[in-house]
Design a protein around this ligand. Structure first.
Ligand code: DOR
Ligand code: ZN
Length: 335
């Protein structure tokens, strides 16, 4: 059996820079028509020069493929209307990290004082620039995302014209919040559709499944699967594929991030063709994001077939999810 996907999009992707960029970017650009590129470099992407030159390096690394990088800035409450307007089409969204919550987020927001954030968020509303949020507090690790939901709700109410994307949601509470506010949307990763905390730490510790936010309970995974598999119009695929070198994962201070870029489409096809269907996969992987972000990605057709493949052990120095294991679908061709 074969399925054809039109212009798949990954609406949350970490590509890093330099050598790592050159290894990982082609693994996404091969099969995706575009991706929303996260700005948590060292230092983070905060100026027009940073953003344009990072985009050029991405285009250089992906030059053999039809691929559009949709660029983001790292949120600062000093951004004003004129500054943001000056980006024109070069800027697709702004990513907000709570300070210190994950990899390279030290310069993020502390305290969530709405008055302090308001000028930037109002400018974003006027410019129709979506706000992507890593929604975790610094509370107990399993409760961080659920504790952040009232902050999402406060922002959604205070800025009703602002599109707020709850990034890489992992809880039933976040899924429920989608229904309560018209301007809340969400990305869902591949790994959070598949694993719970048991897979990470229930047996021998699995560093390659450790990420932020950490995978939660079975009922949370069920809630994510429920909205993703029916392609709820407010959810879209965002892999949060986050490469780290093997030594940074297999060490006594394991870096957070699951590297899924090379397996994402094949594994999603496997899941959707058992538990849902091709039409819903098309919506989850592309159509919903086009509507939510108002983007038109380049044309690209990805043909997948239900034929087994074995996942590579490593790409450069990065170990992918399911390294050495079998996936029952694979990419047959790209047009
Ligand atoms: O696990 C994660 N890794 N979560 C994030 O939010 C950041 C990412 C990274 O950049 O490594
Ligand atoms: Zn991320």
């Amino acid at each position: 059996m074969e399925i054809v996907l039109n212009s798949p999009l990954d609406m949350h992707l970490h590509l890093r820079d330099q050598e790592m960029l050159n290894i990982v970017a082609p693994l996404t650009s091969h099969s995706f028509a575009g991706a929303l590129i996260m700005p948590n470099l060292i230092p983070p992407v905060t100026t027009k020069d940073d953003l344009i030159s990072y985009k050029e390096r991405i285009l250089q690394a992906t030059k053999n493929d039809t691929f559009k990088p949709y660029m983001t800035l790292f949120f600062r409450d000093s951004y004003d209307y004129d500054f943001l307007k000056s980006f024109g089409d070069e800027l697709t969204a702004i990513k907000l990290y709570p300070a210190g919550i994950t990899t390279n987020s030290e310069g993020g927001v502390s305290g969530f004082d709405i008055k302090k954030l308001a000028p930037t968020l109002e400018a974003m509303s006027e410019l129709n620039l979506p706000l992507c949020i890593h929604g975790e507090t610094n509370g107990f690790v399993m409760d961080r995302e659920a504790q952040f939901v009232p902050i999402y709700e406060k922002l959604a109410t205070a800025f009703p014209k602002l599109k707020i994307i709850m990034e890489h949601i992992t809880t039933k509470e976040s899924v429920e919040a989608l229904e309560k506010h018209e301007n809340l949307y969400a990305t869902i990763t591949l790994h959070h559709l598949l694993i719970t905390l048991d897979d990470v730490a229930g047996g021998m510790l699995k560093p390659h499944l450790f990420c932020k936010p950490i995978a939660k309970r079975p009922h949370d995974r069920d809630a994510l699967q429920n909205v993703a598999l029916k392609a709820h119009p407010k959810v879209m695929f965002g892999s949060d594929s986050a490469p780290h070198p093997q030594h940074a994962k297999e060490s006594c201070g394991c870096a957070a991030g699951v590297f899924t870029a090379p397996i994402a489409l094949a594994k999603l096809a496997e899941i959707f063709m058992v538990k849902s269907n091709e039409n819903n996969l098309q919506k989850f992987i592309s159509d919903n994001a086009r509507v939510i972000y108002g983007i038109t990605p380049p044309d690209k057709k990805v043909i997948l077939e239900d034929n087994e493949m074995t996942v590579e052990q490593k790409y450069g120095d990065v170990v992918p999810m399911y390294a050495g294991e079998k996936i029952h679908w694979r990419i047959k061709g790209i047009k």
